[in-house]
Every structure is written in structure tokens, then in C-alpha cells.
Design a protein around this ligand. Structure first.
Ligand SMILES: [Zn+2]
Ligand SMILES: [Zn+2]
Length: 212
């Protein structure tokens, strides 16, 4: 039996240094882009170099620094765009939100599908499970495959997502981290929305904001 090889590449994009991930099945050359926050040209060039078919554009939440390149990518790749309905407000307001921060993005199109807790997204020979992790925003989701989780701005290395933005809630965020992320296996690699990756064991033990 041929073993499955799933690759992850991180691109740091935009003025807020957001982590955009390309995740793909090495043999099938099929993949997804998670959180294309900005710099569509750089993301597209890399996808081209890797010669990938991007099945889906996924976002962990609707803040402008995670959705800024969705419109350009969708035009070029024709991939379906998936997001949680709880963040539709942010997606639809993202061009205005960027402007309030002094930046400019193209407003993303309406998601092709609203994803929910428990949904499975198949890509090549692997699949992501969607878990709902609200708190940083109401429609925040994380994507889990094997020993990896892409959690957007829910959990960071030694930190947690801000909850002082509109519709944020510290109680909800702490609950999401404790009941949805910290119950993943300790060795699970955490691919965060900004900054370095971490793992569940380290954050459970040392995260100064939310510990298990
Ligand atoms: Zn955010
Ligand atoms: Zn962010």
C-alpha cells in the first residue's frame, strides 16, 4: 500500500503577517489554501510552482487579514470557498474593516458553502474535520487532519486570540481551547494564524492565558 504524504507550506502574507497555509496530497497534487489573507500573487505563484490543483479555499474566520486574497484566488483557481456562517458578517464587512485599519482588500465573494462543526472536507487522499472554535469570532473554525490542527487566531504559541474585537468573547474562546483543542492528542501540531507553530502539549502546560 502506498503511504499518504500530506505537505504543509506556510506563507506569511499581508501587513499583519498572517499565516496562509497550502496543504496538499503530495501524490495526487490536490490541495487547499487556508486563510489567504493577502498577497494573492505570491500565493498563486507558489501554487503554480508546486503544480497543484486547489480544491478549496478555506478560512478559519472572517477577519480581513485572513480573507483578503480570497476574491483574487477564486477568480484564478475557480476553487470553492468555504467558511462558517457565523462569520459571514465579518466576510461581508472585511473590505471596510481593512479600510478602518488603513489597508485595502478586495471584498470576498459569498462562500460557496457554509461549513459546520463535524463537517468533513475531502482533499486528494486525506480529509479535514471541521471543529467550531468560537470566541475570537463567532464563526471561528479549526481544521483537523491527523496530528495537525489549523486554528486561525484561536490559539497562538504562548498566547490566545484577542477577544476585544466585535462579537468576541473570552469565555467562549477559553471554552473552545479547553474543550476542543486541548482534547486533541498532545503531539498535535498547532498551525496558528500568526507567528510560529506550537503543539497541544506545550500550550496545555505553559500557555499563560488558558491552561488545561
Ligand atoms: Zn482574527
Ligand atoms: Zn488574524
Amino acid at each position: 500500500m502506498k503511504s499518504l504524504k500530506v505537505n504543509v507550506e506556510k506563507l506569511i502574507v499581508g501587513p499583519l503577517a498572517s499565516n496562509c497555509y497550502i496543504v496538499w496530497d503530495h501524490d495526487a497534487k490536490e490541495g487547499v489554501v487556508i486563510d489567504p489573507g493577502d498577497d494573492a500573487q505570491i500565493i498563486l505563484e507558489r501554487i503554480n510552482e508546486l503544480d497543484l490543483e486547489i480544491k478549496y479555499i478555506l478560512v478559519t474566520h472572517g477577519h480581513f487579514d485572513h480573507v483578503g486574497a480570497v476574491a483574487a484566488l477564486k477568480k484564478e483557481l475557480k476553487s470553492d470557498f468555504f467558511a462558517h456562517k457565523g462569520d459571514l458578517f465579518f466576510i461581508e464587512d472585511s473590505d471596510n474593516a481593512a479600510m478602518r485599519w488603513g489597508f485595502k482588500i478586495e471584498k470576498p465573494p459569498k462562500p460557496d458553502r457554509f461549513i459546520e462543526d463535524g463537517d468533513i472536507i475531502k482533499v486528494g487522499g486525506f480529509e479535514f474535520k471541521v471543529i467550531h472554535t468560537p470566541g475570537h469570532s463567532p464563526g471561528g473554525v479549526s481544521f483537523v487532519y491527523n496530528a495537525m490542527v489549523f486554528c486561525g487566531d484561536t490559539l497562538f504559541q504562548g498566547s490566545i486570540g484577542r477577544t476585544d474585537f466585535r462579537k468576541g468573547s473570552f469565555e467562549e474562546l477559553a471554552k473552545s481551547i479547553k474543550t476542543r483543542l486541548y482534547n486533541l492528542p498532545d503531539d498535535t501540531l498547532v498551525y496558528t494564524g500568526h507567528g510560529p507553530s506550537t503543539n497541544i502539549r506545550t500550550e496545555k502546560k505553559y500557555n499563560p492565558f488558558v491552561r488545561s
